[in-house]
Design a protein around this ligand. Structure first.
Ligand SMILES: [Zn+2]
Length: 635
């Protein structure tokens, strides 16, 4: 390495450290690996851990069930095709990298636990296929990082069972296709090492796993990678401040947090030290964010570029142990048990490729939390302020509201300030459509706000004077309250509509733990105001009331203000045929034309129609008079 290179390296690490003064220093290059555990397996799951799991499975029926399920999954994989070098969209190898993790980790786990050679051979075969790829697509580095993770775990877990020639082939691939490509990015000082999003978490995680797997054969390279990764990781971890929320939404939480857990776990198991990464403010609370952002239907509050589908995430067991939160373990076991009880296979999917780590990190502790320990409502202060409210925590038919303020500049963010989802009677009535095709031109660049799914025009919020919300501004929660009977939140959305109105506030309340009340107070609008809610239900609208029907259930919607407003059903279509056409959905809408710039109050109440239960009625008071127990200064 030349002198200039060294200077640039040092400068980069210094810059990272200065912006993250709260963290421990990364290890010195010379001593980074001084505490390296000599023996394999050393990543995530040592021989001692393996013994602990085997013993625990004798008394923990769920753990035994997971182990058996993994063996079944691995056996099926033996007959299924291996990964291929395939970049179907011209950009990403990522699906193959994830498939490689899914297959290698499941077969390696089955090999370790059962001692059956066929699983070991299957995992080695898979790794050799990936090792012979011409590259791991470093131009889209997530692909490289995830492939490195797959081979690192397989190589380490099965080290003593892999023939020496194959070991060399796999190790060489980790070094040449993974770690050396990673060093090119670290040294450039550009891109994911300095980013505050999931890329930082995933790419550093893959690099740390790779480095620690081959550390005794390539000590200098491994030490350098670990040093860079530990210096870079605080950028990605900063997103959890201060409350544990995740700006990119709950499905990206699963992705980024899983890799953060892998990073911390691997540093601890291989070096005995995570260099203070676990002390990141907010990380110790992030399990609550996951618990609160999954509705009773198991669907996420899927703001930003996320889908609704949630799977168990083994990260919850790692976090429950790392931060001594047995309630998180209880909650996570309950989800896993629910899948087992329904007779469904708890099998991995591309999304759930770290399923075998449920076994590695299994936490048997914890009982049902008290209402004080697990409140029904939560407010997460973050780059994206998020509030969730719900009815009975144990009832699949319970009501659930997810509501957000936040920053339209957040990574993967939509123009969705003031948007909400609403579940009741087992149905998601108010829907967030989620992401569109990432390969649409300029999706992550200049054209982002041309796409219908990404703007306020397709979200459960306001459109004023036909305009987008401001692309570069944010909104804050200014009131929040939660007690036994009601939960309420008010967001000042003025900044998000600053070109279209003088003042805009929205309150959302969960009334009697089942109805949702949405009240907007708008002053000085420059043009017509449209209130909308995306729904997959069929809608029968008549004047100021509407009945929505879906899955044999009904929801009643009523306009409380203005007195002369009526519901309409509008198409939910984008401007171009390339975009997702949102089949099967429509917009339940209210349109108001303010006269002479007059203030407007838009207020609607929605509730499931349940036999023998009288409808909820409310007194529709101004937002000024809504309850507020939030000790937060006005922004
Ligand atoms: Zn959205």
């Amino acid at each position: 390495m030349n002198r200039l290179h060294l200077c640039v390296n040092a400068l980069f690490v210094v810059c990272i450290l200065q912006s993250n003064a709260a963290f421990a220093d990364p290890p010195e290059l010379a001593t980074a690996l001084s505490s390296l555990r000599a023996a394999h397996p050393r990543l995530l799951w040592t021989a001692d851990d393996e013994k602990r799991v085997a013993e625990l499975a004798e008394t923990e029926a769920l753990l035994a069930r997971l182990i058996e399920q993994n063996r079944v999954n691995a056996a099926r994989m033996l007959d299924e095709p291996s990964v291929r070098y395939e970049i179907p969209d011209g950009k990403r190898l990522l699906a193959q990298s994830r498939k490689c993790i899914e297959r290698v980790v499941a077969m390696a786990m089955a090999g370790r636990l059962s001692g059956e050679r066929r699983f070991v051979d299957g995992a080695v075969r898979e790794m050799l296929v990936a090792a012979k790829f011409k590259d791991w697509n470093p131009g889209h580095f997530l692909d490289t990082a995830e492939m490195t993770a797959a081979l690192a775990i397989g190589y380490d877990w099965l080290y003593s069972s892999i023939p020496p020639d194959d070991r060399r082939t796999i190790r060489t691939a980790i070094v040449e296709l993974g770690l050396k490509e990673g060093m090119v990015v670290y040294r450039s000082g550009k891109g994911w090492p300095a980013r505050d999003n999931n890329w930082n978490q995933v790419c550093n995680g893959g690099m740390v796993l790779g480095a620690l797997a081959v550390a005794e054969e390539h000590p200098e390279l491994a030490a350098e990678v670990v040093r860079y990764a530990v210096a870079s990781a605080p950028h990605g971890l900063g997103v959890y401040r201060p409350s544990g929320a995740y700006p990119e939404g709950p499905s990206y939480w699963e992705y980024g947090t899983s890799y953060t857990c892998l990073t911390i776990a691997a540093l601890r198991s291989a070096l005995g030290d995570d260099f203070g990464l676990h002390e990141t403010p907010g990380l110790s609370k992030t399990g609550w964010f996951r618990i609160h952002t999954i509705g009773p239907t198991s669907m996420y509050f899927n703001y930003a570029d996320g889908g609704t589908g949630s799977r168990p995430a083994a990260a919850m067991f790692f976090l429950s142990r790392a931060f001594d939160e047995p309630a998180w373990a209880w909650w996570h076991r309950r989800r896993l048990s629910g899948l087992v009880a329904e007779g469904r296979e708890v099998r991995p999917s591309r999304q759930d490729r770290f399923f075998p780590l449920e076994i590695v990190w299994y936490d048997p502790r914890g009982a049902a939390p008290t209402p004080q320990e697990l409140p029904r409502d939560a407010f997460f202060e973050s780059q994206q302020d998020v509030v969730t409210m719900r009815g009975d925590c144990d009832d699949r038919n319970a009501a659930f509201v997810g509501f957000k303020a936040g920053d339209n500049r957040a990574n993967h963010g939509h123009l969705d300030i003031g948007s909400f989802v609403y579940d009741a009677a087992g149905v998601r009535w108010a829907v967030d459509l989620g992401a569109d095709d990432y390969n649409l031109p300029g999706y992550f660049g200049r054209q982002r706000w041309r796409y219908y799914r990404l703007t306020n025009h397709s979200h459960n919020t306001l459109v004023i004077d036909g305009r987008d919300q401001e692309h570069d501004d944010r909104a804050d929660v200014i009131a929040y309250h939660s007690d036994a009977g009601r939960a309420a939140c008010v967001v000042d959305m003025t900044r998000a509509y600053r070109s279209a109105a003088r003042s805009v506030r929205r309150g959302v309340e969960l009334v009697e733990r089942r109805a949702i009340h949405v009240r907007d107070e708008i002053a000085g609008a420059t043009g017509p105001i449209r209130w909308a809610m995306v729904t997959a239900a069929s809608v029968d609208a008549s004047g100021a009331t509407a009945v929505l029907s879906q899955d044999g259930k009904q929801l009643r919607a009523e306009i409380l203000s203005p007195s002369d407003a009526r519901f309409e059903v509008l198409p939910n279509r984008p401007a171009t045929s390339k975009e997702n056409q949102n089949e099967g959905t429509s917009l339940l809408a209210i349109r108001v034309e303010p006269k002479d710039n007059a203030d407007v109050v838009l207020s609607a109440l929605l509730q499931p129609i349940v036999a023998d239960k009288p409808l909820v009625a409310i007194e529709d008071v101004s937002l000024e008079r809504w309850p507020n127990s939030l000790n937060r200064r006005e922004p």
